[in-house]
Design a protein. Structure first.
Length: 254
């Protein structure tokens, strides 16, 4: 009887010990699984963060333009710039882009907002004159706009132009947004555009081609010395230099 009893006790102890070992192993396994899961999640999150940053880098691009360059380069660095602004605009593609423009005289520019019109590519670009309007000019060559867009769409669907002199054009800027620009010597300064901290002066022409601005929104701008010819039916707006449907905020208009 004692032997049988001892066997039962021994067997019970072995089973209990096995259960305890199993429970310990299960706890260790859960702990390891939890740690691995956390580590994997951390690695995943870090990887996702890196991927997001890299994707953002891919979406952002800088291009360079220099009218004095002997010939056009890749446009991807100041050492290999495009020779014309138009080349840079045509190279924007699917990127949020800053176009850096060295001093000089440049020809008319046409921005393509076709893709934005169809809401296919929601990217924007800024064209920045690095040394300002005193040294950087866009010349409409007397036959068309200095800057224009294919579609007459809101400024947010177009590019932003910073620090240029727009001159010798039927329109200084047709559509688009303009910051810290001088618009002078044109028939009409700005049409269906948005401008901030701009000087619009000495623009004179007839009809829709005359005056300081038409159907535009102006912020902190100075609009002086602009005229439309007396025979135009907008004669009532000649003194202000602003045509129909303009909105001017904190501007000087003479």
């Amino acid at each position: 009887m004692a032997t049988a009893y001892n066997i039962v006790i021994g067997t019970s102890l072995v089973v209990l010990l096995a259960l305890l070992v199993g429970m310990c192993l299960a706890g260790v396994w859960r702990h390891l699984t939890r740690q691995l899961t956390r580590s994997g999640l951390a690695v995943f999150l870090i990887g996702a963060g890196i991927a997001t940053v890299e994707a953002q880098k891919i979406r952002q691009k800088d291009l360079y333009v220099d009218a004095s360059a002997p010939q056009s380069g890749s446009g991807c660095s100041a050492d290999s710039p495009f020779k014309t602004i138009q080349e840079a605009i045509d190279s924007v593609g699917m990127h949020d882009t800053t176009i850096h423009v060295r001093p000089g005289v440049y020809g008319p520019c046409e921005g393509d907002n076709t893709c934005l019109f169809y809401e296919v590519i929601p990217y924007r670009y800024r064209v920045v004159a690095e040394e300002g309007p005193a040294k950087t000019f866009i010349d409409g060559q007397g036959v068309g706009p200095a800057v224009s867009y294919i579609f007459n769409e809101p400024p947010e669907w177009c590019g932003t132009w910073c620090g240029f002199t727009l001159t010798n054009a039927t329109f200084g800027g047709r559509n688009g947004r303009y910051e810290n620009c001088l618009v002078t010597g044109c028939g009409l300064g700005l049409w269906q555009a948005e401008a901030e901290n701009c000087l619009i002066v000495g623009n004179s022409g007839s009809g829709a081609y005359g005056g300081g601005a038409d159907e535009s929104v102006l912020y902190n701008c100075t609009v002086v010395g602009n005229m439309m010819k007396p025979e135009d039916w907008w004669i009532g707006h000649v003194s202000a230099g602003l045509s129909r449907s303009c909105q001017a905020y904190n501007c000087i208009v003479l």
